[in-house]
Write a protein that binds this ligand. Structure first.
Ligand code: ADP
Ligand code: MG
Length: 302
């Protein structure tokens, strides 16, 4: 189990995180979400032991995670951290990068394991390609496979699919997170992409203004976001009379007490997002058809 107990941290006098506490069990997937600059990457670095903690403590099982003051080499064998910079060797191939830390004394085992991981990140066609010749997204996949090579107990992932194109993203997410579950590898995923979270995270933790403002399952937070910041993570939303409604919870009807004017209409794939001005506020509503600007419409709850 990962235990983060009352940690606070700042790079200088200004603090970035204050009194953060949470736990994560073996094999569980925890998503850390929050706006840019909210401290997601900093929190991962602290869990990894990259900095000394002025307050609080972090444990993985019985081992206390200590910073550079106490460790000559940062990091622990049971924990791997995939940064946004990838950290790969450009002049050797994909399979050499992944197998780099696997034992040379068992070449068959090494090859088998490398092949297995190449499959998890869907890079089979590039096994013999030098990393310098890969795209950003392909490099990111090599970094993910490399982190798995030595079977860590916990993985720290910073925006792990950010460079991967949309054609590949969803299938890679499924393959990767399934592998973690099957191998009981815990993970902490810092992200601002709801697709990294929905369907995969057991728990979601929201950072805002240095603190954890809420922590729950994605289902619970989606159903009851309570705060606009949480709702905004999931999609377009509106606050009407103090209550949060997603765009799909409203509809355009023939008649109602809520009358507004269409200001814009955005194509969204299987529906349109209609921007309506109602009582001088913007309201976003999902609708199956395009509606012209300046048309008068009536709004209702679904
Ligand atoms: P996030 O990953 O959520 O975007 P970060 O953890 O990277 O946020 O950053 C949190 C805050 O800490 C930001 O205000 C950022 O400018 C600051 N920060 C991050 N890294 C450093 C650093 N190495 N030195 C000084 N300030 C930093
Ligand atoms: Mg970051």
């Amino acid at each position: 189990m990962l235990q983060v107990n009352n940690i606070s941290f700042g790079y200088s006098k200004t603090s970035v995180l204050e009194d953060i506490s949470f736990q994560l069990k073996s094999g569980e997937n925890l998503a850390i979400i929050g706006g840019s600059g909210s401290g997601k990457s900093t929190l991962l670095k602290l869990i990894y032991g990259e900095y000394d903690l002025p307050h609080g403590e972090i444990f993985w099982k019985d081992t206390q995670i200590l910073g550079p003051k106490h460790n000559l080499v940062i990091g622990y064998d049971f924990m791997k951290y995939v940064t946004q910079e990838f950290d790969l060797m450009p002049f050797i191939t994909v399979e050499e990068n992944i197998g780099k830390h696997l034992s040379r004394f068992y070449p068959e085992e090494k090859q088998k394991r490398t092949n297995e991981l190449i499959k998890v990140v869907e890079l089979k066609a590039f096994a013999k390609t030098k990393v310098k010749n890969l795209s950003g997204g392909q490099k990111q996949r090599v970094a993910l496979a490399k982190a798995l090579a030595k079977q860590p107990e916990i993985l720290l992932l910073d925006e792990p699919f950010s460079h991967i194109d949309n054609f590949k993203k969803q299938s890679l997410r499924r393959s990767f997170f399934k592998y973690l579950k099957e191998n009981n590898i815990a993970c902490v995923v810092a992200t601002h992409d709801k697709n990294d979270v929905l369907g995969f995270a057991d728990t979601m933790l929201v950072l805002h203004q240095k603190k954890i403002i809420t922590k729950n399952t994605p289902q619970q937070l989606y159903k009851n976001p309570k705060l606009p910041l949480v709702a905004s993570f999931f999609g377009e939303f509106n606050v009407i009379n103090g209550t949060i409604y997603y765009a799909h919870q409203l509809q355009i009807v023939k008649n109602s007490d809520l009358k507004g004017t269409v200001k814009a209409c955005y194509f969204n794939g299987n529906s349109w997002l209609v921007e309506v001005e109602y009582n001088s506020v913007k309201v976003f509503i999902r609708h199956e058809k395009h509606i012209k600007k300046d048309e008068v419409v009536f709004i209702d709850l679904i």
